[in-house]
Design a protein around this ligand. Sequence first.
Ligand code: C5P
Length: 406
Amino acid sequence: MLRGKHIVVGISGGIAAYKIPELIRLLRKEGAEVKVTTTKNALEFVTELTLQTLSGYKVYSDVFAAINEHSTEHISLPDWADAMIIAPATANVLGKMANGIADDALTTTFCAMRKPVVIAPAMNDKMYECPATQEALRKLSEWSNIILLDCAAGELACGTTGKGRMQEVPALAETLRYALTGKDLASKHVLITSGRTQEAIDPVRFISNHSSGKQGTALALSCWRRGAQVDFVCGPSAVYPSVPTFFATAQQLRNISVTSAAQMAEQTIQLFPSCDVAILCAAVADFTPSNVAKEKIKKQPEQNEMTLSLTTTTDIAATLGKTKTQNQKLVGFALETCDEQNHALHKLQSKNLDLIVLNSLQDKGAGFGVDTNKVSLLFANGTKKDVPLLSKEDIADCIVEAIRSL
Ligand code: C5P
């Protein structure tokens, strides 16, 4: 996602500055190029050598000290950059930026920056509540190129508990991905089912499957970055999408946790009428115990076998397929172990889907639990597209591109 992107990281003098070397590493690991600018105070918390070593570039922290080297760095950095992030942004720096004060390397660079800027405030809770800080935050939140993060609540460096923490490094990276993604799904409402369901046998046991929820999570983030409002109905999986909290903007991704196939069906069927697209990625149980025992089922002496009576669950995809309007798109998944394509095509037609994503357990590196996947996209108009082995994030982007072409 960040491959080849040029990112300027601006650090001001808050204790959260100690986390920024980790951010630089993460951005570079994703293939971004990073240059750093700091206030003088920031260098009390993190050394220039650390930042230079991790970024691979000299740090721009003093407008005058190395005038020959930097000269008009505050202009060339914004020209070089695709995006900037200011983290942590202290109350002092927020106040300056909101009011056009540009008196050091970081604030002059910001002032000349017309590309997307992510701001991650961090300060003591009293400083956060200060009317001047709130006014600065409000002003900055209205700039069209700024994505302003809210502070998180929790334990603060000064020993108190309150609102003022910087959002964590993964959330900062996620906001940069968001900032650098075109909003081609803005005003679209996307419903995604993900993970597995659990069908209770008794209070202790259940029937389930190996789905990790990774592909569904990647799909949710891909849609969210493109500006969609996402309802994510998820069974008890290992992973859930987590998105940063913006200042003064409603949350665009809603996690709705369910356990059983019946609960997933109830939530999904209720949400579908208001959605433009439903992506049914969940591995829903096809059968559920006919009766859930009230007490733990005991093994009897000499018992050699036990029979469990199962009933079919509601097929969510087929149900939505029956009520789908002309303006709605329905996408299903198929995980097959044999005669894959024929099974998938049958599902595509019988459930009235617009697209089915076929992944096979035969393919190495594809399917349950792993971070990669290899899929074929089968469209209702009869066309087919094979997507090679890629990360689940890249597969998600391919699927979303395919949905946009429907
Ligand atoms: O028929 P099968 O379960 O293999 O179909 C897979 C597709 O149908 C997936 O998109 C899955 O999310 C969806 N499905 C569903 N409700 C079920 C079972 C599967 O929506 N009860």
